[in-house]
Structures are given as structure tokens and as C-alpha cells.
Design a protein around this ligand. Structure first.
Ligand code: ZN
Length: 235
């Protein structure tokens, strides 16, 4: 969404329009250059819902719903996607952030990108803090807390009592959440998993009991499939 502000530069005292891309955010800082003198003017926005969304710009705001005027200079800023500072409604590429993305990604990829971005933000907010905690306890060797987090917060139905079991649970949880965060349209998650699987299978070759605890002697591929499907471990 684009909001239009009528602003006065605190430096050169000229007035101008700012077209500002607005999105739900817990806190985003930005700056906009005065289109007359280039002075950087700082601003911030926060609020995840429409009712609590706030925008602050560190200069005199003459109006926060300025009607378009062809005589006024315009600056376009979007803290979330690339945009052209000097774009106005009449220079399409870079003037509407969504259009910029659409042109850059193409119709199909844009929808995919937006849905992945949504899932990634959600996973980062809801799942990552728990998985981070789990992995922290794993690294510290705090077995009691590791088991408690795995069972109470990740819904693990059994107790990982050996070090191999805890390693598996820790990496499965990490793998599941990072897959959601990195998404599938790029090559990142394939790289992450490729690297992980090489280490994991090397460990399996060295330690036969590692395979036994996983119950995947017959099919290491099954574990791989389970790990690649986020819903199977973290819900
Ligand atoms: Zn200025």
C-alpha cells in the first residue's frame, strides 16, 4: 500500500510529496532524501495491524493524505522492496513497489514469492524462537531442558535419551524450520540440505548405532524425505 505525505524539508524549507510504501511491521526504520536538496530525513513505522500502525517522519508533516499535484516534487520510498526515489505515478518501473516486484519476478513467481515470504515471516516469528532454544540446549548439553522443550513445545511424543537421538531431533527441528524460512523457489534450501545430508550420512556410516536409533537401516532416504517435509517434525 502507498501512502502520500505532504512534507516540509527541515533543511531547505521546501515542500514536497513523499510516496511511502506501507506494510505491517514490528518496527522498520527508513530515510527519505529531500527531492530539492538531498538531505536525508529519517522516519520509522511500526504496527502489525491497521489499528495500531504508526508512521513517524522527522520533519514537519503538512498533511498525511496529500492529493497528487503535478507541480510538486515527489520522492518515493519503500523500505520493503526496491523503488525509485524519483518515481511518480507517471514513471511506472519502480513507482509502485508491487509492480516492481511483478516486473522483476513475473506473474507466477510473484504469487509464489509472496506466499513463501509470508510462511517465512510466520516461521521466523512462531517456530524459530523455540527451535533456537532447543538447539541452544543441545549445544550446551542440557539434556533435561532439551527434552522438556522438545516434548512440551515441539510436541515430541517420545524421550530422546541417547546423544544420537538428541542430535537427530535437534537437526530435524532445525531442518524443518529453516526449510520454511529459506523457501523452495530459490536454491538455498537445497544447498543447506545437501550440505547437511552429506555430514549426516557420513556420521551414519561411522556410527552404525546412529542408524539403529533412527530406525532407518533399510532406507536412509526415508529420513531424508521426512526432514524435507516441514509438517512432519514441527507443527
Ligand atoms: Zn531540502
Amino acid at each position: 500500500m502507498i501512502s502520500r505525505y505532504y512534507l516540509k524539508c527541515p533543511g531547505c524549507a521546501e515542500v514536497f510529496d513523499a510516496r511511502l510504501g506501507v506494510e505491517p511491521t514490528r518496527g522498520t526504520r527508513f530515510y527519505l532524501p529531500c527531492p530539492h536538496c538531498g538531505l536525508s530525513i529519517r522516519g520509522s513505522m511500526s504496527g502489525t495491524e491497521l489499528e495500531n500502525h504508526r508512521i513517524a517522519i522527522e520533519c514537519e508533516v503538512l498533511s498525511d493524505s496529500a492529493p497528487e499535484s503535478p507541480d510538486r516534487r515527489v520522492v518515493t520510498i519503500n523500505p520493503f522492496v526496491p523503488s525509485r526515489y524519483d518515481a511518480d505515478t507517471f514513471t511506472p518501473m519502480g513507482s509502485f513497489p508491487t509492480m516492481t516486484l511483478l516486473q522483476a519476478l513475473g506473474d507466477h513467481a510473484l504469487a509464489e514469492f509472496q506466499s513463501e515470504r509470508h510462511s517465512a515471516l510466520e516461521a521466523g516469528r512462531d517456530q524459530w524462537p523455540t527451535v533456537r532454544m532447543l538447539f541452544q540446549y543441545y549445544l550446551q548439553g542440557n539434556t533435561a531442558m532439551f527434552v522438556r522443550i522438545a516434548q512440551q513445545q515441539l510436541g515430541l511424543a517420545w524421550e530422546p535419551s541417547t546423544s544420537h537421538e538428541r542430535t537427530t531431533v535437534a537437526y530435524q527441528a532445525m531442518g524443518a524450520v529453516t526449510t520454511v524460512i529459506t523457501g523452495t523457489t530459490g536454491t538455498t534450501s537445497a544447498n543447506v540440505f545437501g550440505r547437511f545430508s552429506r555430514k549426516h550420512f557420513a556420521a551414519m556410516k561411522r556410527h552404525k548405532d546412529h542408524l539403529a536409533t533412527l530406525g532407518v537401516e533399510d532406507s536412509p532416504r526415508r529420513l531424508w524425505n521426512e526432514m524435507s517435509s516441514p509438517s512432519s517434525t514441527v507443527s
